[in-house]
Design a protein around this ligand. Structure first.
Ligand SMILES: Nc1ncnc2c1ncn2[C@@H]1O[C@H](COP(=O)(O)OP(=O)(O)OP(=O)(O)O)[C@@H](O)[C@H]1O
Length: 401
């Protein structure tokens, strides 16, 4: 008997047909447009059964559990960074993890450092503004924060310029020391300031969170979940703290040289000393960058969770991401494979072909030397958009077990 792929009303029938009782199974892909009903706490969500895989799977994959007990245990603060290719479901998985932590008793903070924020969309709540916003719904406090990358970038630019960029060059030019400034040109400071390297905004966003976390307002949070920017950004971010550390170090050294070279002139002409305040600001930024680097590598408190989908392209990118994370000594244990289709029990050719492709991608993961040892978490493709706390709770209860 043929079953349709168009609606979710077939679940009981399909379960009967397949003899499956553990999970409701729904049709996934409809060629007809589908009207989404608004999400309410009473809404029943359906998802895809994966209880009949086509091939025997290795233990961790078969169980498909994230070992959430380990993630939730202890009150010492832990950081989870979710990252992967664009559009694979990083935000949905990060937000669902944050909801799950909060419902498990952890005061939780979820932070978006992706310049293209989608946390507000995911929680169906306005979280913009760069300040902590309480998320309504979970049992324990859950706050969200979308960092404004433009603001963060501006902060760096101002601090750096006050300390050794154009400000210094102008000062030196004004004192007839332009030659020295040119000789120092090889430091490429102007370039750094005028065109900040990609990933800078995210690095500053994370460093900002670290700065916040020292304040009493943030001390209650025992779980911090980062929804990070897509892979390319994350990779650049990883090498960025070192780069910035070096660059800011150069700026500070340059400033030292300049202040000693010009001190005599300044005393003659009565020029103002550059403000100590801005040097402190730059020095603090440098220290925070070092903390970001340390945080990313701290196996006791931090874990990077890779999110992917079962396509050859996404798996290849995840493999490269994992290799880069390993190279940078960033701890990774789990890989979420999101949006998995069910075995095709219907006569829907599209679903069958799509599923076959996905199985090939899953085989790739199993044989990929970079990914094979990770705990693989299967997240099904659900038949509604994951939006709002009830939907995130639903997804979280499937993914984080
Ligand atoms: N398991 C799932 N089942 C159904 N829809 C999903 C699932 N996971 C994610 N989605 C949907 O896919 C879309 C993209 O998800 P999301 O925003 O979480 O991805 P992302 O990786 O954070 O994207 P970006 O890289 O653009 O930030 C959203 O509409 C989300 O609701």
């Amino acid at each position: 008997m043929a079953t349709s792929c168009a609606t979710s009303t077939f679940s009981p029938l399909l379960n009967k047909l397949t003899g499956r009782t553990s999970m409701a199974m729904v049709g996934l892909l409809s060629y007809a447009p589908k009207t989404l009903t608004p999400i309410s706490p009473t809404r029943t969500f359906n998802f895809i059964s994966l209880s009949t895989p086509t091939k025997p799977l290795k233990k961790s994959f078969q169980e498909a559990v994230s070992e959430f007990d380990e993630m939730v245990s202890g009150t010492k603060r832990k950081y989870y960074m979710l990252g992967g290719k664009g559009g694979v479901g990083k935000t949905s998985c990060a937000a669902s993890l944050a909801v799950k932590f909060a419902n498990s008793g952890h005061p939780t903070l979820v932070v978006s450092t992706d310049p293209a924020h989608s946390l507000s969309d995911s929680f169906a709540q306005d979280l913009t503004g760069g300040a902590l916003v309480p998320v309504e719904g979970p049992d324990s406090p859950l706050f969200a924060l979308e960092i404004n990358p433009e603001k963060a970038r501006e902060e760096f630019r101002t601090a750096a310029q006050n300390n050794g960029g154009t400000g210094v060059k102008d000062l030196m030019d004004g004192m007839g020391l332009g030659m020295i400034a040119e000789q120092l040109g090889e430091l490429k400071l102007g370039e750094l300031l005028d065109t900040p390297p990609p990933g800078l905004d995210e690095a500053i966003a994370i460093s900002k969170v670290i700065q916040f976390l020292d304040s009493p307002e943030y001390s209650m949070f025992t779980r911090i979940v980062f929804d990070t920017a897509p892979t390319g950004h994350t990779l650049r971010l990883l090498s960025l703290p070192d780069f910035l550390d070096r660059s800011i170090g150069k700026l500070l050294k340059l400033k030292q040289k300049i202040s000693s070279a010009t001190s005599a002139i300044k005393s003659v002409f009565g020029q103002e000393q550059p403000k100590q305040d801005s040097t402190d600001k730059l020095e603090r930024l440098r220290e925070r960058m070092i903390k970001v680097r340390e945080l990313f590598r701290d196996t006791d408190s931090t874990e990077f969770v890779i999110v992917t989908i079962p396509t050859v392209m996404a798996v290849s990118e995840s493999s490269r991401l994992h290799a880069s994370l390993m190279k940078e000594d960033v701890p990774v244990k789990r890989l979420i494979v999101n949006q998995i289709l069910p075995p095709s029990a219907s006569d829907c050719k599209f679903c069958a072909i799509k599923r076959k492709d996905q199985m090939r991608a899953l085989d790739m993961i199993r044989s990929d030397p970079e990914l094979t040892n990770l705990t693989l978490i299967q997240a099904p493709l659900v038949d509604v958009e994951i939006r709002g706390v009830p939907a995130l709770k639903f997804l979280g209860d499937i993914v984080w077990k």
